[in-house]
Design a protein around this ligand. Structure first.
Ligand SMILES: [Fe+2]
Ligand SMILES: [Fe+2]
Length: 214
C-alpha cells in the first residue's frame, strides 16, 4: 500500500465529506434491514411527518458519526485502531444510507446542514484522536452509549405502523452497541464527568433540535 502524503489525505477527506453529505459513501456488504418486510398499512400524513422527523435526526447523527470516526482515524496512533475505526465508519455509512433511503420513502429530505454536522464532528474526532488512543476510544464508547439511549427513545416514539424504520433503528442499535464494545476491548478510558454529562449531551441536543427542523 502506498504511503499517503499530507495533500493526498486532505483530498481523501474532502472526498469523504462530499460523499457523506451529498452522495453515497462506501458501505459494507450488509443488506438494508427494512427490505425484508413489506408495508401493509400505509402511514397517515401525520405519521409520515413524525417518522421523517425522527429519521432525519438519525441521519444527521450518522453524518456526525462518519465525521467523528474519520477525524479519529486520521489522528489515531496505532494502525489496528485506525483500521477498526475505518470499519466502524463503513458500518455507519450503512446506517446513513438506510436512513436516507427511508427518508425518501417517507417523501421527506435529509438535514440541509449535513456539511456542518460532518465538519463539526470531524474536528472533534481529530481533536479526540490527538489526546491519544485510549481517550479517543473512550470518546467512541461514550458516544455510542449515548446513541444507543437515544435510539431506544426513538424506537418508542416511532408510529407503531412504521415497521421499516423500526427495523433500521433496531439494527443500528445493535451495531452501535458493538462499536462501544470493541472500543472497550481495545482499551477505552472513561472520559471525565463534565465531558460525558455536560458537553456531549449539550452538543447532541443542539444537533437533534436543529436537524429535526432544518
Ligand atoms: Fe450509526
Ligand atoms: Fe456506531
Amino acid at each position: 500500500m502506498r504511503n499517503l502524503t499530507f495533500i493526498d489525505r486532505i483530498i481523501s477527506e474532502m472526498d469523504a465529506s462530499l460523499r457523506t453529505s451529498f452522495a453515497t459513501a462506501p458501505t459494507t456488504e450488509r443488506p438494508n434491514p427494512s427490505m425484508s418486510i413489506e408495508e401493509k398499512e400505509p402511514l397517515t400524513d401525520e405519521e409520515k411527518r413524525l417518522s421523517a422527523k425522527l429519521m432525519r435526526i438519525n441521519h444527521a447523527g450518522e453524518v456526525s458519526a462518519q465525521g467523528l470516526y474519520r477525524g479519529q482515524a486520521l489522528t489515531a496512533k496505532r494502525d489496528d485502531i485506525r483500521e477498526q475505526m475505518e470499519r466502524s465508519a463503513m458500518e455507519e455509512n450503512d446506517h446513513l444510507n438506510w436512513c436516507e433511503n427511508r427518508l425518501k420513502q417517507l417523501d421527506s429530505h435529509k438535514s440541509y446542514l449535513s456539511p456542518i454536522w460532518y465538519w463539526g464532528s470531524f474536528s472533534i474526532g481529530a481533536l479526540a484522536g490527538k489526546f491519544g488512543d485510549k481517550w479517543s476510544l473512550g470518546f467512541v464508547k461514550e458516544t455510542e452509549d449515548q446513541v444507543v439511549k437515544h435510539l431506544e427513545e426513538h424506537i418508542v416514539k416511532l408510529p407503531v405502523k412504521d415497521l421499516p424504520s423500526l427495523l433500521i433503528l433496531q439494527q443500528m442499535k445493535e451495531d452501535e452497541k458493538h462499536h462501544a464494545d470493541i472500543a472497550v476491548s481495545a482499551g477505552a478510558a472513561k472520559l471525565p464527568w463534565p465531558i460525558r454529562r455536560l458537553m456531549m449531551p449539550l452538543m447532541s441536543k443542539v444537533m437533534t433540535k436543529t436537524a429535526a427542523k432544518i
